[in-house]
Design a protein around this ligand. Structure first.
Ligand code: ADP
Ligand code: MG
Length: 698
């Protein structure tokens, strides 16, 4: 992201949250004009109380913002904590205390352990630089992704940059949506004019976002302007202030949409446009009311073009406030399709429209024919997950003795209803799966974090204990590449396959069979899973021959499977063991051949008559293009079509082939799952709503 001159950013973990970054610092190397817009909630948090009387102002130098703790409703100590933090930041940066602003987001009602912030300051100050991404990460709470963007604007012949980082909806507790937005620019602007530009831009953007209609105790938007762009200082209204405000509104509009799309539990974003209203205020009210109506939001989740609920909301507001708005004369358009006009429902192809409403963004347009005012609001759908998150979340928050907070996710802490549902679902599946073979390919790309490997081992151990017969096949490409690099050897891939020469082969074998395999076996057996480590050479499990690539290129010691020794493997399964297999085959001349683990998994699944084949990898599943959207369910024919269209490439191509082989060989279901998420195997097998992509023959 482009950053304006003279600003530096940092973001670290100071211990307010268990693991993730939770402390951000934004510093201007020159005194900056500052503006701020704050929540109107009367239960405002301490940092808001501290700052709102101090801006707009000149001479600001730093904003320190934390997540994990809102410092709201914590008693008189809350303001002391703000003061201590401001002094410490001022000392660390060698600036005045009055030049420091603060913002907080997170749990309400828990005293902010300021010591943690103070202790982390030296590292944070040391880190300051071009790290807007780290700062953006450090202010997140239940957001699923960082939000940042920048714009350029020409003011008095000079190019100024405006950058923003922001976090959206969702706090740990209770269920309010918080917006923190830190905006910086190198434009030269007087504080009063800056405040006006910010307030007007926020009015049409961040104020038009609604996730759950709640106003938080902590909403804060800051704008610092340090003047380094060298434009003639903007003192008040005029074309330059207009330009600045337009660019700012454009930037904050992008932030608003990003927040709506990432609302708690959201599966899609909605943009509601109301046109033809008698006044701006009525237009804004109607747009916001539609975007925050639980009924409208629930119909969005169900991809239902329910214009009735849209007009009912408009009519209700108009009636309650006696606005000159006539819903009967309105036209409603959803995804560009007119669904209501001239006082009556329009003829539509309902199924086609429903399909379009399943996209990640839905556009609703309401034309009122009652004036010329227009407003846009952004929101999201209301999903099962919103209720789950907010019904179960608060009971999961625990506070540690040192002041930090964390989520205690153990099922014991959830509501009785949740536990009943979970158990009922799980037991049903456990009964159905008992005795079945499931081949699980654990991809190298997903085997990166220790915690993930442990969660995987737990899952496999558990599956085995409830009577499923897991067989694990693993990859190890990244680890092999790293080891080869250490030995000064380059890795070359043709079509996702490693070119394996005589020097590389022993390294490949050592890493797969000697290291990755042994580690997995150890993790599994630490959980009493009865794991047995095997390479394809053991018991002639995988007889292979040298593979010839379709390009005619010699890939060296790369093989394809000729035969699987089914009886050997069955022996382990019948004995109650979990085979863990490294993808090394045995050639007839006794040499080793490296085989793509995806192919091995398919061959074993077919040979064993497995019910399921699971591929755990480093993407959400099969995507509609290499960086596109997840395809949740498809048939073998769909998959073949996608392969032929070139939409599936690289490593995923081998998984697609593996899945097709398995399905044609009698395996009932094949899945591609996101191995970067903990416990995906369990989530897939034991819940009604699967995760990742499911492929079936028909
Ligand atoms: P693994 O170690 O799990 O076998 P690979 O790197 O071999 O992982 O294969 C997964 C990769 O396939 C993904 O990281 C992605 O870059 C690539 N890929 C290419 N096309 C697609 C697609 N349509 N959907 C998903 N992933 C794809
Ligand atoms: Mg692969």
């Amino acid at each position: 992201m482009k950053v304006p001159r003279g600003f530096r950013f940092g973001g670290v973990h100071c211990g307010l949250k268990p693991q993730r970054r939770d402390l951000a610092l934004v510093v201007s190397d020159h005194p900056a004009a500052a503006a701020g817009v704050f929540t109107r909630n009367k239960a405002a948090a301490a940092p808001v109380q501290d700052a709102r009387s101090r801006v707009p102002a000149e001479g600001m130098r730093a904003i320190v913002a934390n997540s994990g703790n809102a410092n709201a409703l914590t008693g008189p100590g809350g303001l002391d904590d703000v003061s201590v933090i401001r002094s410490a930041v001022a000392d660390a940066l060698g600036i005045q205390k009055r030049a420091v602003l603060t913002a907080s987001t997170g749990v309400i009602g828990a005293r902010l352990p300021a010591m943690k912030v103070l202790t982390a300051l030296p590292v944070l100050v040391e880190q300051l630089g071009d790290h807007a991404d780290l700062a953006a990460e450090a202010i997140l709470t239940t957001d699923t992704r960082p939000k940042m963007a920048a714009r350029e604007v020409v003011l008095g012949g000079k190019v100024a940059v405006i950058s923003a980082i922001c976090k959206g909806s969702g706090m740990l507790a209770p269920q309010l949506a918080t917006c923190l937005c830190l905006v910086v620019t190198d434009a030269a602007v007087a504080p009063g004019a800056l405040q006006e530009a910010l307030a007007r831009a926020v009015e049409r953007t961040l104020n038009m976002v609604t996730v759950d209609g709640e106003m938080s105790t902590n909403d804060t938007v800051y704008l610092l302007a340090n003047g380094l762009a060298g434009n003639p200082r903007i003192q008040g209204p005029g074309p330059d202030l207009e330009r600045l405000q337009t660019a700012l509104a454009d930037l904050l509009g992008e932030m608003a949409r990003a927040m709506a799309a990432d609302g708690e539990g959201a599966t899609r974003m909605v943009e509601v446009v109301v046109e033809g209203a008698p006044t701006d205020e009525i237009a804004a009210h109607c747009a916001r009311a539609i975007a925050s109506s639980p009924l409208v939001k629930a119909s969005l989740f169900g991809a239902d073009p329910n214009w009735g609920r849209v007009l009912a909301t408009v009519g209700a507001r108009a009636g309650a406030r006696d606005w000159p708005v006539d819903p009967f004369r309105a036209r409603v358009t959803i995804q560009g399709v007119t669904v209501f006009a001239d006082g009556a429902p329009a003829e539509i192809d309902r199924e086609a429209l429903r399909d379009r409403m399943r996209e990640t963004r839905v556009d609703v347009l309401v034309e009122l024919e009652g004036g010329a005012a227009r407003a846009v609001a952004w929101g999201c759908d209301l999903s099962y997950d919103y209720v789950k998150i907010n019904a179960d979340y608060t009971s999961l928050i625990v506070q540690h003795a040192d002041g930090g907070v964390a989520r205690d996710d153990r099922v014991a802490n959830y509501s009785p209803t949740f536990k009943r549902t979970l158990l009922a679902e799980a037991l049903k599946y456990i009964a159905a799966f008992s005795g079945q073979v499931a081949v699980i390919k654990y991809g190298g790309a997903a085997m990166v974090k220790e915690g993930l490997k442990e969660a995987f081992a737990e899952d496999v151990a558990l599956l085995k204990k409830v009577g499923l017969k897991p067989v694990v096949v693993h990859g190890g490409a990244p680890e092999i590449t790293r080891t080869l690099e250490k030995l000064g050897e380059r890795s070359e891939f043709v079509d996702g396959l490693r070119v394996t020469d005589a020097q590389a082969l022993p390294v490949v074998e050592m890493v797969l069979t000697g290291k990755v395999n042994q580690e997995l076996v150890a993790l599994l057996n630490a959980r009493n899973a009865g794991a047995v480590g095997l390479s394809g050479k053991d018991g002639r499990l995988l007889r292979a021959r040298k593979a010839v690539h379709e390009s005619g290129r010699d890939l060296g010691y790369v093989g394809e499977i000729v035969e699987v020794n089914r009886g050997f493997l069955k022996m382990f399964l019948d004995g109650g063991y979990v085979p863990v297999i490294s993808p090394i085959g045995l050639a007839d001349d006794g040499s080793s051949l490296s085989i793509n683990a995806d192919e091995v998994a398919a061959a074993l699944a077919v040979a064993l008559g497995a019910e399921k084949l699971l591929h755990l990898t480093d993407v959400a599943g099969i995507l509609d293009s290499p960086d596109g959207e997840l395809v949740r369910q498809l048939t073998a024919a769909d998959l073949t079509r996608r392969l032929e269209a070139g939409a599936i490439t690289g490593g995923m191509k081998w998984k697609a082939h593996s899945i097709l082989t398995a399905l044609r060989g009698g395996v009932r279901r094949a899945h591609v799952l996101d191995g970067r998420q903990p416990h995906t195997v369990i989530a897939e097998l034991f819940t009604d709503r699967g995760v990742g992509s499911l492929v079936t023959l028909e």
